[in-house]
Design a protein around this ligand. Structure first.
Ligand code: NG6
Ligand code: CA
Length: 503
């Protein structure tokens, strides 16, 4: 049975003896600020060396900074699927999607934004989507359906997939922005279209060289995955992303300032291609990857300033996090490896994007809510899949059977009122890991680990064809495999894992 807190006049007994008011009487606004590919160690408060993040650090010093909070998966689409549905990604067969994939979340599925709508919220998504659009026969020149609206967002302004995938256009309320009707957009992920030049054929047109997978359509001097033709007037300029996205977010908050709103603001930074605006070029010592972090930090500052300007900062719960671990070379020659210096994108953890090791899913995570959340750090074991049930508690929504099946109501942990988080937590990459306290188990994988993770991206995948068991308390970097010393624990954790996978 899930515990549901009635909203108005809600009192929660923390110690058991005295009732304490946990929440203000009004429904708070909820803002999820979601960075892309940002590692645990990429923010100042977690030890960043090559870039300063004063705005994020300010959130951390006034809010709760989490040291063991995770996205659900080590790649983007699966993590976003879990965030919005409260289901582990494997249940939806979520994997990194091409830019012309159909909408992954079925319109009849329960979603976080729809749950909040039903609780009186106006909802918006601004930024990177990467959850598919349409029903498989997508025509980018018409209304794009189903999309965010059909799964609970009143307003949407999207980078449809990722910056490195076509089509390179914004989609607002399910129509391409600025499209000239006489210049139709076509997209194909298999066959070259008679459209823009490609990086393979015209490397001289590129601002950054790219690997063969990212060497198709050139837009704005950067080659992308996939082929596209038409839509010339609608093409984006990557360098304008930070201003356009923060402006849309600020406008949404302003227009909805008098009623509760939910904003899911998903930055493109610091995903590839990294093309920060000239305002941020050179602000870090790490080239475009560091400059993109500084740019993203500036955007965070803009959001907080807007909340303060509107007098909403004490009425708004802000959650800052990222969708998967860090990667340096993800297909473009942007000097992320060469200019890294002493900076450790994964912090003290090993692995990164695509990896089942801790850095794949352990995310920089901050909860900020002046007046309600007290400053501190928390070591609670938490997953973004829990945001659904936790926010349901916050707004007084009772989950129905089958709704958000993997989501645990851990609101008090998210608000920093207790360090009791999850007992067990699934981690997904191209295999499965399980956390249980400070123990980390990685299932044996049939066959070899995909070579491109280690060899192409230079990231320890953590995948092996034998079981692995680590004690993170003594071995943060998962280097001392204890599986042979603790066969019973390995067996128990394998069974727990199978039970989750079979549910
Ligand atoms: C990979 C891309 C990578 C990135 C990733 C998705 C190749 C070789 N690599 O397939 O560049 O786009 O997908 O990133 O194609 S994510 O953050 O959206 O998961
Ligand atoms: Ca990502």
């Amino acid at each position: 049975m899930r515990k549901v807190l009635p909203f108005i006049g809600c009192f929660v007994s923390v110690s058991g003896a005295f009732a304490q008011p946990l929440l203000p009487a009004e429904k708070p606004n909820i803002v999820i600020v979601y960075a892309d590919d940002l590692g645990y160690g990429d923010i100042g408060v977690n030890g960043a060396q090559g870039v300063k993040t004063p705005n994020i650090d300010r959130l951390a010093s006034a809010g709760v900074n989490f040291t063991d909070a995770h996205c659900s998966s080590a790649t983007c689409t699966p993590s976003r699927y879990s965030l919005l549905t409260g289901s582990y990604a494997f249940r939806g067969q979520a994997a990194v999607l091409p830019g012309d994939a159909p909408l992954l979340i079925r319109p009849e599925q329960a979603t976080l934004p729809r749950m909040l709508q039903a609780s009186g919220y106006t909802t918006a998504v601004v930024g990177k989507w990467h959850l598919g659009l349409g029903n498989g026969k997508l025509d980018w020149n018409k209304e794009i359906k189903p999309g965010p609206r059909e799964i609970g967002f009143d307003y949407s302004f999207l980078i449809p997939a990722t910056g490195d995938r076509v089509p390179c256009v914004f989609v607002e309320n399910q129509r391409v922005v600025g499209l000239d009707p006489t210049d139709s957009i076509r997209v194909n992920y298999r066959v070259k279209l008679d459209g823009y030049p490609t990086g393979t054929e015209h490397p001289e047109l590129l601002k950054q060289a790219a690997d063969p997978q990212h060497n198709n359509t050139i837009v704005n001097g950067l080659s992308r995955i996939g082929f596209m033709s038409g839509g010339e007037q609608a093409l984006w300029k990557d360098e304008e992303f930070p201003f356009i996205l923060t402006e849309k977010a600020k406008t949404f908050m302003e227009e909805n300032q008098h009623k509760p709103f939910f904003l899911y603001l998903a930055f493109h930074d610091i995903h590839v291609p990294r093309a920060p605006n000239e305002q941020f070029v050179g602000t870090s010592s790490m080239g475009p990857r560091g400059d993109a972090i500084a740019q993203m930090d500036w955007c965070v500052g803009q959001v907080i300033e807007q909340l303060e300007r509107l007098g909403l900062d004490e009425k708004t719960l802000v959650i800052f996090s990222s969708d998967n671990g860090p990667v340096l070379n993800d297909g473009y020659a942007d000097q992320a490896v060469e200019l890294l210096g002493d900076h450790q994108p994964s912090g003290p953890f090993r692995g990164g994007k695509y990896s089942i090791l801790e850095a794949g899913t352990r995310m920089p995570t901050i909860v900020y809510w002046p007046g309600t959340v007290q400053a501190g750090t928390s070591s609670a074991l938490l997953s973004q899949v829990d945001w659904y049930a936790s926010l349901a508690d916050l707004v007084g929504h009772q989950l129905q059977p089958g709704e958000a099946p993997d989501s645990q109501p851990l609101l008090q942990a998210w608000l920093g009122k207790t360090s009791a988080g999850r007992d067990v937590m699934l981690e997904e990459a191209y295999t499965y890991g399980l956390r249980q306290g400070s123990w980390k188990y990685i299932q044996a994988r049939k066959g070899e680990a995909p070579r491109w993770i280690e060899q192409g991206k230079g990231i320890a995948s953590g995948m092996a064809n034998y079981p692995q068991l680590y004690n993170l308390e003594a071995d943060t970097a998962e280097q001392n495999n204890l599986a042979e010393s603790y066969p019973e624990l390995v067996q128990q954790m394998q069974q727990t894992l199978e039970k989750i996978l079979d549910e």
